[in-house]
Design a protein around this ligand. Structure first.
Ligand code: HEM
Length: 97
């Protein structure tokens, strides 16, 4: 799980280094709605990964009360990550036009 999360975050770093994605992302006012929606899911995924690590570590430490939250957050993370991938095509389509 940790490998998957680290790999995914390295992918974001690679995109930033090759395309200055953060520089484009902070131009919030000029971005199209498509790119804004993509950014919402992309940033949400990173925040959710952090919450998964925090709640996952609590589970490993024996706090079973956190299990249902970890499970709900896990499914939410999956949905956000899939939607980040789907909306990434919109973000690229915007550049081509
Ligand atoms: C995106 C990342 C992750 C997702 C989608 C995810 C998802 C899940 C799900 C759906 C469960 C089953 C919950 C249940 O039915 O009771 C689970 C269990 C668990 N997760 Fe995660 N998890 C993630 C990351 C992590 C991380 C980073 C850790 C540790 C640091 C972790 C530790 C655990 C532990 C200890 C369990 C309980 C396993 C057991 O009952 O034997 N998870 N996780």
């Amino acid at each position: 799980m940790a490998t998957a999360i680290i790999w995914d975050i390295i992918l974001i770093l690679q995109i930033e280094l090759s395309r200055s994605a953060i520089g484009k992302a902070v131009q919030v006012l000029t971005n199209t709605m498509m790119l804004k929606i993509h950014l919402f899911f992309a940033l949400g995924s990173v925040i959710l990964y952090i919450l998964m690590i925090i709640t996952g570590r609590r589970l490993l430490a024996g706090d079973d009360d956190i299990r249902s939250k970890h499970k709900t957050l896990g499914w939410t993370t999956l949905v956000f990550r899939v939607l980040t991938f789907v909306t990434s095509f919109w973000a690229v389509a915007q550049k081509v036009q």
